[in-house]
Design a protein around this ligand. Structure first.
Ligand code: FE2
Length: 131
């Protein structure tokens, strides 16, 4: 058994592109298309952060997540595919279209723990930040 971790863990199927996430991590690798799925490693602030790290804004009635201090590109060949948000009790995931900037309004998060946001760039991978 691995060390208990907080936040979400994402898995990808390299054959069909299926995406799984786990909220309660039993440390068992899910399978898809007959193969074990691969964990998508999360990147925390590093080079490229200014265009990828999700910025979480906790508002009175909602939670807003913006991808990148400088908004990330939304081109067919380079874009943010989805953004996810969790407070440890609830998870919301939003797929993004090409014509909209990577700014997403989620519900107000009421969990007692930290709020974590994830943004998936088709080229630069999965970025995580917390608030
Ligand atoms: Fe990117």
């Amino acid at each position: 058994m691995g060390e208990k971790r907080e936040g979400l863990k994402f898995y990808r199927c390299n054959t069909c592109g299926n995406l799984f996430f786990v909220m309660i991590d039993p440390d068992v690798r899910p399978s898809c298309c007959g193969n074990e799925m691969e964990v998508i490693d999360t990147i925390h602030g590093t080079e490229g952060s200014e265009k990828h790290a999700p910025i979480i804004e906790l508002n009175q009635n909602d939670t807003e997540v913006q991808v990148g201090l400088q908004l990330h590109a939304m081109e067919p060949e380079h874009r943010i595919e989805w953004v996810a948000l969790t407070d440890g009790e609830r998870v919301e995931i939003q797929k993004l279209g090409l014509s909209t900037p990577p700014v997403v309004k989620f519900s107000k998060m009421n969990g007692a723990g930290k709020v974590r946001a994830y943004a998936f760039c088709n080229i630069h991978g999965l970025w995580e930040s917390e608030k």
